[in-house]
Design a protein around this ligand. Structure first.
Ligand SMILES: *Cc1c(COP(=O)(O)O)cnc(C)c1O
Length: 427
């Protein structure tokens, strides 16, 4: 497979951009070699600048549930652009997207639009702190909430501890108020809360972990979190930047029937353009300026192009049969992959919720971040390249989810299963 043009594009981009990319995982550093530079996308396919075609399961890391360059989205963006790209004044489009979100997501009575998932989590936590007057926050080991300073912390050895940041440039003081506990472990959460009585503003988590592969919550886990946080006056924040409008129209909270106090959204609600949102109970959202004293702002927030792409995408997702189709296509893919690993005696843990799926190369069961860390990344590297050579693009990391979209045809899925089976047979 020819990739000379991508190689020279990368050599040039590295001169001007750190690592040659504007988000680290794009640079293929986890799988070696150079990234493929993309020329265009259409439906379920992407095409690189060397002319190679791939069936795409990265979906821009989640947003493209309608596939690439969906004609209705393109039309909506064009129409918005021709009327002006930004005003710094309210438009009715913003209210339209906000209304759709409020009607769809059970926990959201009011919502603020921002430009990314990172902004959404950062702002939600500021609001939770303002609302409770408390400083400490609890996050879950392995959950990703964007590149917010104090959210780049994880726990040591599965025990709740004061967070140490995983990133350079984050002062210890910034991470000091971040406590970390394991996923699917309500007991450690309880102990941690009791040890910090009346000091914890919020618990933030991905209700389905989607940044260490896919790790679903154990039965009843989210209900327990709801109870514990309620008892202690702690704001429960679901980061549904991936799962919102992905696993169900109302997100993981409607899928599992557990309603948090606040919710963060991103990815799908922008239809492939930069959007994020945070919302929740009216009483909490009334803390946000200019109603309240928690400041949060954005020059391009509620941008008409991004909001138009979002509205168009969410309207499509409200049509009947959408989530059934996503479920059935993803189920076919997942069972094809499971059959292949079983047949060829490859240790694997398969994980899927709706159209998010993951294949870990491990003999362990994966119910938290430590389980995910047992995966064999060298084996994943071989799997990744085997797929890419056969025209299937998955994320270049063992710990990033695959996404099935509405434009993946049965033929796409069958081709993918066939390719994966060949690759797995040769691992
Ligand atoms: C992608 C993601 C974010 C960050 O969103 P950006 O738009 O990349 O800033 C936050 N939370 C979760 C769960 C995500 O998957």
């Amino acid at each position: 497979m020819e990739s000379n043009k991508s190689l020279s594009a990368w050599q040039k981009s590295q001169q001007y951009i750190p690592g040659g990319v504007n988000s680290p995982v794009r640079n293929f550093s986890k799988v070696g070699e150079h990234p493929r530079f993309i020329d265009r996308g259409a439906g379920s396919k992407i095409y690189d600048i060397d002319g190679n075609e791939y069936i795409d399961y990265v979906a821009s890391w989640g947003p493209l549930v309608l596939g690439h360059a969906h004609p209705d989205v393109v039309k909506a963006v064009n129409a918005a652009a021709s009327r002006g790209t930004s005003f710094g004044a309210p438009t009715t489009l913003e209210t339209e997207l906000a209304e759709i979100i409020v009607n769809a997501v059970p926990s959201i009575e009011q919502v603020r639009l921002v430009n990314s998932g990172t902004e959404a989590t950062m702002s939600a936590i500021r609001v939770a702190r303002g609302y409770t007057g408390r400083d400490k926050i609890i996050k879950i080991d392995g959950c990703y909430h964007g590149h917010v300073d104090y959210l780049l912390a994880k726990a040591g050895s599965g025990v709740a501890t004061f967070g140490l940041s995983d990133s350079g440039g984050v002062p210890e003081d910034f991470a000091r108020n971040t406590l970390t506990v394991p996923f699917n472990d309500p007991e450690t959460l309880k102990t941690t809360i009791e040890a910090n009585a009346d000091e914890v503003a919020c618990l933030i988590l991905e209700p389905i972990m989607g940044n260490m592969g896919i790790i679903p919550p154990r039965e009843g886990y989210l209900n327990e979190l709801r109870e514990i946080t309620e008892q202690h006056g702690i704001v429960l924040i679901f980061d549904e930047v991936i799962t919102g409008f992905r696993v169900a129209y109302g997100g993981a909270q409607s899928y599992y029937g557990v309603i948090p106090d606040m919710t963060c959204l991103g990815k799908i609600i922008g239809g492939g353009l930069p959007v994020g949102a945070y919302g929740g109970k009216r009483e909490i959202m009334q803390c946000v300026a200019p109603e309240g004293d928690v400041y949060q702002a954005g020059t391009l927030s509620g941008n008409p192009l991004a909001v138009s792409a979002g509205i168009t995408t969410l309207k499509k997702l409200a049509e009947p049969g959408v989530y059934e189709q996503l479920e059935s296509r993803a189920a076919t893919l997942a069972s094809g992959l499971a059959e292949a690993t079983q047949k060829h005696g490859i240790d694997a843990w398969h994980s899927r919720v709706g159209s998010m799926l993951m294949l870990y190369f491990t003999s362990e069961s994966v119910t938290d971040a430590d389980g995910a860390r047992t995966a064999d990344t060298e084996r994943f590297r071989q799997y990744f390249w085997g797929l890419l050579e056969r025209g299937v693009s998955v994320a270049p990391s063992q710990f990033e989810a695959g996404f099935v979209s509405l434009v993946h045809s049965e033929e796409d899925i069958n081709t993918t299963v066939q390719a994966a089976t060949e690759v797995i047979a040769n691992l």
